[in-house]
Unconditional design. Structure first.
Length: 57
């Protein structure tokens, strides 16, 4: 769950859309606000689950 890979996957998913630069900027801003601002919480929980199963993150 690397943030760089998540961002790159989103960018690649948008490429075929043909959105104009302004629309792309809005999409990236929305994605950032909704996904990356909550990602730390998800990663902490995922790591706790892994550790609980004896898997070191």
């Amino acid at each position: 769950m690397d943030p760089g890979q998540i961002g790159e996957a989103f960018k690649n998913a948008l490429q075929p859309s043909g959105l104009r630069p302004n629309a792309l900027r809005l999409a990236y801003r929305y994605f950032n606000n909704k996904v990356f601002h909550g990602l730390e919480t998800v990663l902490v929980q995922a790591n706790a689950i892994l550790v609980g199963h004896g898997i070191l993150p």
